[in-house]
Write a protein that binds this ligand. Structure first.
Ligand code: AMP
Length: 414
């Protein structure tokens, strides 16, 4: 028998209602903030991610699912931002839409070593706002993430924020780190020795104990920020304070992708264990320009849906529609049942029947298992009298109803 590929998950019918509640809540909250949904494709030219995330990013180096077709190389998207900026530019939204606020919900793909909270196909829900550098937009986006968590009734999260500064500030921070870390390379893990060459900022958020010690001694603060970036970050903090949003400044939060500038943030939850990030995001003020568009500020974030569900304190349930179950006895009744089922569904009444030739007892048990509210039984007697037997599964009460009165009676009872 075939098995699912490692790091993927079947979301079975019993689990799907939790996903639907998260999705519906997400749509409601995003729409409160005036964000519209966008649905870019799952497959993109691989070069889009190399260019946007940076050749040295771990995702690009090790984690992309690549598909080669003749001379072309495609990737299953590992994240949403690059696709959305590509879609924004390709569809000329920079010329027609002004400030653009979009959200998305969908699968992402990364070649990972699967473990709790870390899959190869997982789902992001997130947003991107393109067209402004205004610091209060950062406040809106962070408060939106915070409000989503409140709406999912997820508690016990911590919001960490930092500012990387503009491209020049990031370069300066990189140089400071290179200078200070060079004499300590032997104390860093193998990965960080590679990062030292290609992506030195990433050493700041390495989880290896030895590296954490070395990094702590560096005593990194926000000294690398130019006056404009410092002013921008001050405004972000001031805005968050005015909304009473709890956050912690974390000078070691860097995020691994080239496109991030200025504000970056991460939301963690300690119940998650090693993979403790629930979601993350930040500004990417140079990406639109780097992908061939105008110079426009932008910011976004994404939550991992599997991780949201791991920490959700309750199981989300969609109120199921009240089901009417039709049981027929004999071939003629079966034909009548088929027509009646069609009529009920056209009338907007959720209904089903037995396709497994069960006995009356078996079919009633099935109706019970499906939590049917009402059952309609059609046998030879009922056919002769042009009636159906209506059984109320809650009270157990049973009565004959004329065929012409069925719809009115059901609507009255449901
Ligand atoms: P990132 O784009 O890596 O910042 O991811 C944003 C969020 O997506 C993370 O905080 C996680 O909640 C989730 N996420 C990232 N990678 C995975 C993965 N491999 N499996 C499950 N969730 C993930």
């Amino acid at each position: 028998m075939f098995k699912k590929t490692p790091g993927t998950k079947d979301i079975l019918p019993d689990e799907v209602s939790s996903w639907q509640v998260i999705e519906e809540t997400t749509r409601n909250i995003f729409s409160l903030y005036n964000y519209k949904e966008i649905r870019p494709p799952i497959i993109e030219e691989a070069a889009l991610f190399n260019r946007s995330l940076g050749e040295s990013a771990e995702i690009v180096q090790k984690q992309m699912f690549l598909i080669k077709k003749d001379k072309d190389v495609y990737a299953l998207r590992p994240e949403g931002t690059a696709s959305i900026v590509r879609a924004y530019l390709e569809n000329n939204l920079d010329k027609t839409a002004g400030l653009t606020k979009v959200y998305y919900i969908g699968p992402m793909f990364r070649v990972e070593r699967p473990q709790k909270g870390r899959l190869r196909q997982f789902h992001h829900l997130g947003c991107e706002v393109i067209g402004s550098q205004e610091p209060y937009l950062d406040v809106e986006v962070i408060s939106l993430a915070d409000n989503l968590l409140k709406a999912y009734t997820i508690e016990g999260c911590e919001i960490k924020i930092n500012s990387l500064g503009c491209a020049k500030d990031k370069k300066e921070l990189t140089e400071i780190l290179r200078k200070n870390l060079k004499p300590k390379l032997s104390k860093l893990c193998d990965d960080c020795n590679t990062r030292f060459k290609h992506n030195v900022l990433r050493i700041l958020d390495c989880k290896n104990e030895g590296c954490i010690e070395v990094v702590k001694e560096l005593d990194i603060q926000q000294d690398h920020l130019c006056p404009e970036c410092k002013g921008h970050f001050d405004k972000v903090k001031e805005g968050l304070d005015s909304l009473n949003i709890d956050y912690k400044i974390s000078p070691y939060l860097v995020r691994g992708l080239d496109y991030y500038t200025r504000t970056v943030f991460e939301i963690i939850h300690n119940d998650l264990g090693a993979q403790n990030a629930l979601g993350a995001g930040g500004r990417y003020d140079n990406l639109v320009g780097d992908l061939g568009g105008p110079s426009l500020g932008a910011i976004g974030f994404a939550f991992g849906m599997e991780r949201l569900l791991l920490v959700a304190s309750r199981e989300y349930r969609v109120e199921s529609k009240k089901l009417v179950y039709i049981i027929t006895l004999g071939n003629q009744a079966k034909k009548e049942g088929l027509k009646l089922l069609n009529t009920l569904r056209r009338q907007g009444i959720t209904s089903d029947t037995d396709y497994e030739d069960k006995s009356l007892k078996g079919a009633l048990r099935k109706a019970n298992d499906l939590s049917s509210r009402l059952v309609l039984i059609i046998g030879e007697d009922e056919l002769k009298k042009s009636v159906v037997m209506l059984k109320d599964m809650v009270s157990g009460e049973q009565k004959e109803i004329k065929q012409d009165d069925i719809i009115a009676e059901l609507k009255n009872k449901l």
